[in-house]
Design a protein. Structure first.
Lengths: 304, 205
């Protein structure tokens, strides 16, 4: 008889069964519910974009019962949200944080967009280093999947063939293409959201656009790169405005690091920068100037 | 985490064997104009009598069809039952008595989410194509009633309609009927078996 085939089939079903015991349905939007993972005792991780209200959130547990949950915090930049749950006998997810996923590895995306668990399978199609979401959050590694996605799958776990969780799936970080937020990032965000209720990020209140610096000027001011950032918008009364940056300034460096792309600015604006002056080197009227700017704390869901 | 040598090769061989076995119970259904889909050889009528082929109602719009078996032999078939609501049709087919073709074996134990399933069909006229996937959702979990669909994460195309969805042992779990986004919807084999057993069902409409 076909032993390998049937063993594989049984093992996949077992992996779904065991990992599914920590997957819940989250009712926080109209139409179909989304998924969440019971990450630590009493703590459920879900996706920010599937939680449309802050109150009146309920969770369907694997045994079919419904329990109320409270929103502990959300982070639009990683699309993660954390809920607290007074759960009694709910298993927590088994996390795989020692060995990273590899390209070609067999994986299953689990969800619970209703009373029962759902699964689709495929392989990890791409693994890469850290990347930055368009809201500026750093994700520890890029995980792309060759897995079919379906309604309500966001917030569910990506598991390996042994049922261990590799991360949280979301369709909201890459134009509908599914990506997995790895365990390390989820751990970091969960810890901070439980402590503070939000993820602290610094901001300057500027909008920038890459521009080429004329070669003659670049030579004159000894630039390393010939691309810099033109300040095209300035939030009135924001940190940059207050500290004297002007529309039309061309930003060359922040804290000694050249900036040639808006994400380079985001990279300089971690939560620890709030309230600490940094040196901004700009070209203004053909002259290079250095100003001290003090980033403020970014209000929720605002860009750099 | 290195697997024993030859696991993948064994997997490939076994899957080829199950697909071959399933091709024997998968037929092509043709109406006057063209090939319209697949069908399942439900029973061969052995030792005597006519064989029965199950397919989707939308695969056979009329009352007549031509069946081509997995071995290439062709037979005429007559629709003896139709249920547009379930999208099922039963066809009576005169098989040559000498042919000992295997018929479908229905799985009677419940399905589990995540287990492997194999679909056979004829997409774009390509006869006997196979795709591999897993069970996506278990609907029987809901208040013990016969589920309407088996939902599978398996990539289907037009031409799979009416063909078998089977488990890793080659037992029939459903009749592939619809594609919903990236999911396949199949009429559960148990529901088909119940439908075939009902005496009323086998009256031509």
């Amino acid at each position: 008889m076909s032993t390998v085939l049937q063993s594989l089939s049984t093992e996949l079903a077992d992996a779904v069964e065991s990992a599914g015991r920590a997957v819940v349905a989250i009712h926080a939007r109209r139409r179909i519910p989304a998924s969440g993972v019971h990450w630590r005792a009493g703590v459920v991780v879900a996706t920010h974009h599937t939680i449309n209200r802050d109150d009146n959130i309920t969770v369907t547990l694997p045994d079919g019962t419904t329990a109320p949950a409270t929103l502990a915090g959300r982070d639009p930049s990683t699309d993660l949200a954390v809920l607290k749950l007074a759960a009694q006998n709910l298993s927590t997810a088994t996390l795989r944080s020692d060995t990273p996923p590899t390209v070609g590895e067999l994986v299953i995306a689990l969800g619970r967009p209703g009373p029962s668990v759902t699964a689709s399978w495929g392989v990890v199609s791409r693994v890469d280093g850290p990347w930055r979401t368009w809201h500026g959050a750093e994700i520890d590694s890029l995980l792309r999947l060759d897995v079919a996605i379906y309604d309500g799958f966001s917030g569910g776990p990506l598991i390996d063939a042994a049922g261990r969780v590799l991360g949280i799936n979301t369709s909201a970080l890459a134009r509908g293409v599914p990506v997995t937020i790895p365990v390390a990032t989820v751990e970091r965000v969960v810890t901070e959201l439980l402590e503070r209720g939000s993820i602290r990020r610094a901001y300057l209140g500027i909008g920038t656009q890459p521009v080429r610096v004329p070669a003659s000027l670049a030579r004159k001011v000894e630039l390393k790169s010939d691309v810099a950032l033109l300040i095209v918008s300035l939030e009135s009364g924001g940190p940059a405005d207050r500290d004297g940056l002007l529309l039309g300034d061309v930003l060359l460096e922040l804290d000694g690091t050249p900036v040639s792309d808006p994400t380079d600015v985001l990279a300089q604006l971690g939560g620890d920068r709030v309230g600490r002056p940094i040196a901004a080197r700009v070209i203004r009227g053909g002259q290079v100037k250095t100003l001290q700017v003090t980033p403020g704390e970014r209000p929720t869901s605002r860009a750099a | 985490m290195t697997a024993a040598p030859g696991v993948t090769a064994g997997f490939a061989q076994e899957i080829a064997a199950v697909v071959e076995q399933l091709r024997h119970i998968t037929v092509q259904v043709r109406t006057r104009r063209a090939a319209t889909g697949a069908g399942i050889l439900w029973n061969t009528g052995e030792p005597e009598g006519s064989g029965l082929v199950i397919t989707n109602a939308h695969v056979v719009p009329g009352n007549q069809a031509t069946i081509e078996l997995g071995d290439g032999s062709v037979a005429r078939a007559r629709v003896v039952a139709r249920d547009p609501k379930r999208d099922l049709a039963a066809l009576e087919v005169e098989l040559e008595p000498a042919r000992t073709t295997a018929a479908a074996v229905v799985r009677d134990s419940p399905l589990h989410v995540g287990e492997l399933v194999i679909a056979i069909g004829h997409p774009g006229g390509f006869v006997g194509a196979a795709t591999l996937g897993i069970v996506h959702a278990d609907e029987s979990a809901r208040d013990g009633r016969t589920p309407r669909w088996v939902r599978a994460d398996v990539r289907l195309a037009p031409g799979f309609s009416g063909g078998p969805l089977a488990d890793a042992a080659g037992r029939l779990v459903g009749v592939n009927t619809m594609i919903q986004g990236s999911l396949a919807l199949a009429v559960p084999a148990a529901a088909v078996a119940a439908w075939v057993r009902r005496p009323r069902a086998l009256v031509a409409s």
